[in-house]
Write a protein that binds this ligand. Sequence first.
Ligand SMILES: [Zn+2]
Length: 243
Amino acid sequence: MIKKIEGIVLTETPYGDNSKIINVLTADLGLIGLMCKGAKSLRNPLRTKTVRFTYAAFHIDYKEGKLSKLLDVDIIDNFKNIRNDIELISYATYITELTYQVYKQNNDNEIYELYKKSLIKINNNLNPLIITNILELKYLDYLGVGLNLNGCIKCGNKSNIVTIDPDVGGYICNKCYIKEKILSNKTIIMIRRYYLINIDTISKININEEIVREIDEFLNKYYERYTGLYLKSKDFIRKLNYL
Ligand SMILES: [Zn+2]
């Protein structure tokens, strides 16, 4: 069946001498595999339209549950700002790999929307680390290890929160506090805002660098401990931020 569907390329794998297979996360059909005949050869117009994080309308010959055939591609946004900046490419690569892993564990349609909005915001030059962290926080729910940000993780107390701890995965109040690392009050508040914000509505970001770093460190530790995901592309971003 011939269809035209909106989606973003998550992975590309060479196939034979001059073809490739791509995985596209789509708005309506979930994750689909597409055979792109000839798309590896230099003169083929599909070559540049089937690379990672291409956001487009894909004309396909759809076969449910099987590899479908790519016929043509209409680019919606080629994320020019991202592709011209090596640092932004590494962020986009990381969130693309992360999205693939998250979707494999939970086929929720909302994942596509969150991922798409994040790419758009990074392409619009909003702080890529902050956008990445917001997406990471939101993805935790889909990975089944969402943070409880409604009160102290140990006793439920909603006031006198003194820190947030990646080892227990939530807030700790002054009564339950033992010797966890104290994070700044602003970090404690911002993590909740990151979690609740609608990515669409972000137009300007103004957060102190130290807060940004504390939140990133918190998320790195939490991801390591609870998600079981290891992505090489994240190491590269860490190096960018902690040289
Ligand atoms: Zn408590």
